[in-house]
Write a protein that binds this ligand. Structure first.
Ligand code: HDD
Length: 756
């Protein structure tokens, strides 16, 4: 390696002597001696992984650092300094010519502080701007080993992950509980390279070809003139597009269903949407669809709860995710795959697997669990992690490959492209949250925000000057395999396969798979959203699509809109419902759910602590609600009648009947008395805010339990004796009965259902 050494030394000593030093020694240079080193053919002296490739720093739910460096909080000492490390005496006063004088331009600290602040914001994501993230671990069951060579899916392998959940339409500051699709993007930091599964909580998409993504998003985002409405699909441009562009109808009915308003990120399913191709050690392939199944079941808010929460707690989902993890109620999902044969037609049971507006019903191809995801760490810094994380469908490990789904193909371009402006250049994979946990040895160099100090002189191949590094990996060295799928000889066209023309059969399948109460919710959602449109022609056009999905659905929505229901323009598809699509039915764990306990400070407080502990021991969050903050007895109050509202709780226990506050708005009876009418004799008045809480919980089909004086509240609210209302002899009994009701998520029979 002498000549190479000589070149390096020459460069180092530099200053005019380089040419002299180079001439006689460069191998192959005219007049030089024949080369003494052979062209390297095997890897040796590989460059070590770059120092900054370590895992992003994390901490446990209690805030303790996990293996973090000494600079864990991003700061390196006790004293305030400038960005250059000079200690500062004062950061509260600009440098002035005297206390009353003008500010001096020479104040470099003032300018550094304000300039940095001026540039603190980066562009929000063009879609999925509003999100919340968490770290976790994925453990493989090994059940996928037969169909994929992916190392992280081998039995028992544990892989660090970061998940970002999101809404699609709203801006960064918009409310969490709007009616929308939710993003479910997972970054697996596998030791064979990062794998991003960038999915949604719905298994289908509005469009079949990525070229239409700007169209659907322009239609769904706020109107360009007034920039309203924020984070809503209930407006003319959205319904204009989806009623004209009927391939969107399947995704749209999912949005109008309860799936559009999840109770929590923890209670959402996730879907990879597209069909992917897996390849095993033998080179054999299968087609798969990815599913995330939440341990807690799939649950939603009611529309009224969602609307109230948008005002009362716009951060409801973000808070819920954070609080659950901090409380140790770690959210869990199983990752599953539907395994489908890789045939030349790329269809299964006549379903075109390249059409992202179609599902494969689970009854036709079972979802087989292949691993478990546990989210167990909250981010340390929202911007550094949740905002700067960058997902991309092309981040694939060996064993997982893409298909020709035209939506997927366009996404392969879009995700890297968008980061160039959002994260300021091509080096976004060096941002801590995006760093692979596998060793990186690329030949990518320079660019905005380059963090690495690359050694070596030869970021090209082939080379001899860096010992031939980096070397391509062979098949047995975990190299990525582009599956050599045969590409059919066909003319170059801008066209879809004929099977993509079926726009209604699976929307109808979805509708017919719903329980009566879910159908009722869908009818109400369409009626609300179309009712918010101004253009009559748009409503009529959408009713036409509903008629093609199902005449009953169409008739009910038409009634709500006060319009005639049109006849179908195409024969109704003959479909077999898929019970797996319904959320109603089954029993689910109550981990991390919230139980409000209403107490009367002047009432019987004996069993309150015991009930509170029992709620906690059942893995749920007890929140004491009282007329005032501070303590009731010796128990801390978490919510007052001013700060607590029904929508925050999954169930309510009434331990007492608090009297109205002395300065409260008079109760209806008192008003009657004032008007000279006789007030009805009855039990002592209850604070109207407690009655409101009970009425709302009842309307939202939540379990309510009462004992002792609490029973009076049920009577005064007029809900005693109705389904899902428990009157018990003790707090312990009430909690047991309420927990049983909570297992079904809601007291479903309380919802009206006009459609069978
Ligand atoms: Fe997308 C973000 C999911 C189609 C272009 N998409 C984004 C995110 C999710 C999805 C979850 C947020 C990632 C994060 O948290 O950072 N997108 C989907 C799904 C689709 C889909 C499930 C269909 C099956 N997307 C889609 C198409 C295009 C894009 C067809 C463009 C042709 N998506 C983007 C984007 C975003 C994005 C503009 C915005 C921010 C980002 O990528 O990093 O590139």
């Amino acid at each position: 390696s002498k000549p190479a050494e000589a070149v390096k030394n020459a460069v180092k000593t530099a200053s005019g002597k380089i040419a002299d030093a180079l001439t006689p020694e460069v191998p192959g240079a005219p007049g030089s001696a024949p080369p003494t080193v052979e062209e390297p053919t095997t890897p040796h002296d590989p460059l070590p992984p770059k120092p900054e490739q370590g895992a992003p720093r994390t901490r446990t739910p209690t805030g303790a650092e996990t293996g973090a460096p000494a600079t864990a909080n991003g700061q390196q000492g006790a004293y305030l300094t400038t960005a250059q490390g000079a200690r500062l005496r004062d950061t509260d006063h600009s440098l002035k010519a005297g206390p009353r004088g003008p500010v001096l331009l020479q104040d470099h600290h003032l300018r550094e502080k304000i300039t940095h602040f001026d540039h603190e914001r980066i562009p929000e994501r063009v879609v999925h701007a509003r999100g919340a993230g968490a770290h976790g671990v994925f453990t493989a069951y090994g059940t996928a080993e037969a169909v994929t060579r992916a190392g992280f899916l081998k039995k028992g392998r544990e892989t660090d992950v970061f998940v970002r959940f999101s809404t699609v339409l709203g801006s960064r500051g918009s409310a969490d509980t709007v009616r929308d699709t939710r993003g479910f993007a997972t970054k697996f930091y596998t030791d064979e390279g990062t794998f991003d599964l960038v999915g949604n909580n719905m298994p289908v998409f509005f469009i079949q070809d990525a070229i239409k993504f700007p169209d659907i998003i322009h239609a769904a985002k706020p109107h360009p003139d007034r920039e309203i409405p924020q984070a809503q699909s209930a407006h003319d441009t959205f319904w204009d597009f989806v009623s004209l562009h009927t391939e969107a109808q399947h995704h749209t009915i999912w949005n109008m269903s309860d799936r559009g308003i999840p109770r929590s990120y923890r209670t959402m399913e996730g879907f990879g949407v597209h069909t992917f191709r897996l390849v095993n050690e033998a080179g054999e392939t299968v087609l798969v669809k990815f599913h995330w199944k939440p341990k807690l079941g799939v649950h939603s808010l009611t529309w009224e709860e969602a609307q109230m929460l948008s005002g009362m707690d716009p951060d409801f989902h973000r808070r819920d995710l954070y609080d659950a993890i901090e409380a140790g109620a770690y959210p869990e999902w199983e990752l599953g795959i539907q395994v489908l044969p890789d045939t030349p037609e790329e269809t299964f049971a006549d379903i075109d697997l390249l059409d992202p507006t179609k599902i494969v019903p689970e009854e036709l191809a079972e979802v087989q669990p292949i691993g478990k995801l546990v989210l167990n760490r909250t981010p340390t810094n929202f911007f550094a992690e949740t905002e700067q994380v960058a997902f991309h469908l092309g981040h694939l490990p060996p064993g997982i490959d893409v298909t020709n789904d035209p939506l997927l193909q366009g996404r392969l371009f879009s995700y890297v492209d968008t980061q160039l402006t959002r994260l300021g250049g091509p080096n976004f994979s060096q941002i801590p949250i995006n760093r692979p946990h596998a060793a990186v040895n690329d030949m990518l160099r320079d660019g905005f925000h380059q963090q690495a100090v690359h050694a070596g002189v030869a970021p090209y191949r082939p080379n001899s000057l860096d010992g031939g590094n980096p070397f391509p990996a062979g098949d047995d060295e975990h190299a990525f395999l582009d599956v050599p799928v045969t590409v059919a000889q066909a003319p170059k066209v801008r066209a879809n396969p004929a099977s993509f023309d079926d726009h209604y059969s699976q929307a109808r399948l979805f509708w017919l798979s719903m329980s009566p109460v879910e159908k009722e919710h869908i009818i109400r959602a369409y009626t609300f959203e179309l009712g918010k449109c101004y253009h009559q022609a748009i409503k009529e056009r959408q009713l036409q699509s509903l008629a093609n999905i199902d005449p009953v659905l169409c008739a009910e929505v038409a009634t709500g809109l006060g319009l005639p229901a049109p006849q179908p323009t195409e024969p109704l598809a003959d479909v077999t419902p898929s019970p797996a699509l319904s959320q109603v039915g089954g029993e689910w764990p109550s981990d991390g759910r919230t139980v409000g306990i209403v107490v009367d400070p002047d009432g019987d407080l004996d069993s309150i602590d015991e009930v509170r502990r029992a709620v906690f021991e059942a893995g749920m969050v007890p929140l004491l609600i009282a007329p005032h903050g501070g303590l009731v007895g010796d128990l801390p109050v978490q919510r007052t009648f001013a700060t607590g509202r029904s929508v925050e709780f999954d169930a309510v226990l009434l331990a007492g009947a608090p009297a109205p506050a002395p300065d409260a708005v008079p109760a209806p009876d008192a008003k009657a008395a004032k008007a000279g009418k006789a007030a009805k004799a009855g039990p002592a008045a209850v604070d109207p805010r407690v009655l409101l809480l009970v009425e709302e919980c009842w309307r939202h089909a939540k379990a309510i339990g009462a004992w002792g004086a609490g029973v009076t509240v049920l009577e005064q609210a007029g809900v005693a004796g109705t389904p899902g209302i428990v009157t018990a002899g003790s707090g312990a009994e009430a909690l047991t009965a309420v927990r049983q009701l909570m297992a079904a998520h809601r007291v479903w029979e309380r919802f009206p259902a006009s459609v069978a």
